[in-house]
Ligand binder design. Structure first.
Ligand SMILES: C[S@@+](CC[C@H](N)C(=O)[O-])C[C@H]1O[C@@H](n2cnc3c(N)ncnc32)[C@H](O)[C@@H]1O
Ligand SMILES: [Zn+2]
Length: 308
């Protein structure tokens, strides 16, 4: 049976991978402030080691963590157990999700977008799984900005990045060399490519988006300044020079359409085979779809990566 994986899914199998930078606190605030106060089913897509899953759980009836890395997911599961947060843990490729269409109320996806070598496929798949009127909050780093120019220059001086002729990718979807290594390829898209993907897939952007960058960092220290900075960043979001100066964009979107009110009571109700979309049956430590695709469960982690 053929696995349906996107090529070049990054390897995040390192045991000590940690994110701890100036934007980490802000991401927790974004989940807290931008997302609706309650969702029946929320998914942390590309959850890594569950850094933001706890924040998402405070807004969720039921929480699902999805990632491709077993090491990351084991850490995430342990973190949720330690923090007493009930959740489901799925290993899957974001471009081939094991969910029924129109089933997920809220999606959070932080620091993942730049790993998609086919972002159109990934966004289309995520939107398929979202309920009409459901929300997605995510971030992306655009490629056409000052910070990428400096990055390119630094790499050129160090002798790398020679295949890239321009200071930054001007064409949509241009590949940027990875700053790490081939285990984690990175593809930054232009601002307008991402914006058009959002529109084409029936997502409506909220007016509450903002860039990070210096304003976002300073803002957390003072509430008056915070409001002013947020307001300015929101107004400037799609405008040059803001998007030239602040490459990291946080976007809240809503899926167009009317929700039909279908209830999904337990995980099995909203799962579907990622290969054939067939109904999923779960028994002890194995998963089988109506058309015979089998998947495994180990230590409470549902592995949808490689069907047998
Ligand atoms: C930089 S980490 C971010 C983790 C987490 N969202 C956070 O902000 O702390 C990127 C994560 O995305 C996951 N990932 C990347 N591409 C994926 C794909 N196609 N399907 C599933 N997970 C993916 C990686 O395994 C990794 O755990
Ligand atoms: Zn199947």
């Amino acid at each position: 049976m053929e696995a349906r994986n996107s090529p070049n899914i990054p390897d995040y199998e390192d045991r000590d991978f940690v994110i701890d930078d100036a934007e980490a606190d802000m991401e927790i605030r974004i989940i807290h402030e931008l997302l609706p106060s309650f969702s029946r089913w929320s998914v942390d897509l590309g959850c890594g080691y569950g850094r933001l899953s706890g924040a998402l759980s405070r807004k969720s009836g039921k929480l699902i963590l999805v990632d491709y890395s077993m090491t990351g997911m084991k850490r995430a599961r342990q973190k949720m157990l330690d923090d007493g947060i009930p959740a489901s843990f799925l290993l899957a490729d974001i471009s081939h999700l094991p969910f029924k269409s129109d089933s997920i109320d809220t999606v959070a996806m932080f620091r993942v977008f730049h790993h998609f070598n086919d972002p159109a496929l990934a966004i289309q798949e995520i939107v398929r799984c979202m309920r009409p009127s459901g929300h997605m909050v995510f971030n992306y780093n655009s490629s056409d900005n000052a910070s990428m120019m400096l990055f390119w220059l630094k790499q050129r001086i160090n002798g790398g990045n020679s295949h890239q002729k321009f200071p930054f990718p001007l064409k949509p979807g241009t590949l940027r060399a990875s700053p790490e290594d081939d285990r984690r390829p990175i593809y930054f898209q232009t601002h307008s490519t991402v914006r058009s993907l959002i529109r084409k897939n029936g997502l409506v952007q909220s007016h509450r988006n903002f860039h990070s960058g210096m304003l976002g960092r300073v803002a957390s220290k003072n509430s008056f300044f915070q409001e002013a900075a947020r307001d300015l960043q929101t107004r400037m979001l799609d405008k040059w020079p803001s998007r030239f100066l602040f490459p990291n964009n946080y976007v809240l979107c809503r899926k167009e359409g009317r929700d039909d009110g279908t209830e999904f009571h337990k995980l099995e109700d909203l799962l579907a085979c990622p290969v054939c979309s067939g109904t999923i049956f779960i028994e002890d430590d194995s998963i089988e779809c109506a058309n015979g695709h089998r998947f495994t469960i180990s230590n409470g982690i549902y592995d949808f990566r490689n069907p047998s």
